[in-house]
Design a protein around this ligand. Structure first.
Ligand code: MEV
Length: 309
């Protein structure tokens, strides 16, 4: 067989990161940027992969004991197939890694869809989401599944761990501005930090998660009603609760303030926090470009994206 291709989306969490790990809902959207993969026959008896990032490349062999997580993740993904032939995988990432935009899930989903195309295996997006949890576990330890689900399914949806995905019908596409703090963070570590807080103070942190869940449910209603002002306020409130969980940084605070001062309807940390990206909601494309300029004037790599179209 010759060459097979696959793709996976990045994702942005509009509200509900972290509490989603502990059974509360999250509202998330697939991004048009993500990862693209290619599978060909291996020139030898081993499966290997090349991952192409913005400024670096990683070459690994698939092995459970690889000293690179990508080698272990690739082995975990191949382990979901029965007796796959040795393959060569190439993945090109279109997102910053370690930024809260679901880069690892996008890579896993793109690899799975290219492998399925290569092997002639049909799989629905939701089946792919389940399959790629094996990949995600290598990076995140205890992933809720929101990243790999959005990477496989796309669109805008309410995700609750262990429950059917609820696609959300967005009245108007959302115009978002995403700004990178320039600080990288590890999801596994940030999820661990929140788990420690929950263990120390189960009641208080549980209530905080419940408060985030209420914001998420209201945000879903706001999205369905096309009420962007309400959605923005709910995002701001969610940001406050994420800061209370020590997931923001001085740099992320600066970017959120700058976005709001430039007219954003709401702005918050997105993803694991502790660095990575923030997301701002804009009223329209014109407003988004003003917010973009404000973030760029602070030296933040930023872009405008539309979700829910
Ligand atoms: C990471 O993109 C989102 C977190 O909620 C972790 C997870 O859901 O697995 C921080």
């Amino acid at each position: 067989m010759s060459t097979a291709h696959g793709a996976g989306c990045g994702k942005v969490i509009l509200l509900g990161e972290h509490s989603v790990v502990h059974g509360r809902p999250a509202l998330a959207a697939g991004l048009s940027r993500g990862a693209r993969a290619e599978v060909t026959a291996s020139p030898d008896a081993r499966s290997h992969a090349r991952f192409v990032f913005d400024t670096a490349e990683v070459v690994v062999q698939a092995a459970d004991d690889s000293d690179h997580p990508l080698g272990r993740a690739f082995a975990a993904l191949l382990g979901t197939y029965s007796a796959p032939p040795p393959v060569h995988l190439t993945v090109r990432l279109e997102l910053p890694a370690g930024a809260g935009l679901g880069a690892s899930a996008a890579m896993g989903v793109s690899a799975s869809s290219a492998l399925d195309a290569y092997l002639g295996i049909p799989r629905t997006p939701l089946e792919r989401a389940t399959q790629t949890l094996a990949w995600e576990r290598v990076f995140h330890g205890n992933p809720s599944g929101v990243d790999n689900t959005m990477a496989a399914v796309g669109g805008v949806a309410l995700f609750t761990r262990g429950e059917p995905l609820e696609p959300v019908r967005v009245r108007k596409p959302l115009v978002l501005v995403i700004g990178h703090s320039g600080e990288s963070s590890e999801t596994k570590q940030m999820v661990g930090l929140v788990a420690q807080q929950l263990e120390r103070e189960p009641e208080r942190i549980g209530q905080l998660f419940d408060a985030i869940a209420a914001l998420v449910r209201n945000a879903r209603l706001a999205l369905e009603a096309g009420d962007l002002r309400a959605l923005g306020q709910l995002m701001d409130m969610n940001h406050g609760l994420l800061s209370a969980l020590m997931l923001s940084t001085a740099r992320l605070e600066d970017l959120c303030h700058a976005a709001r001062d430039a007219g954003a309807l709401g702005a918050k940390v997105t993803g694991a926090g502790g660095g990575g990206c923030m997301v701002a909601l804009a009223a329209d494309h014109g407003a988004a470009h003003t917010i973009l300029a404000a973030l760029q004037s602070l030296g933040a790599e930023s872009f405008v994206t539309e979700v829910g179209a």
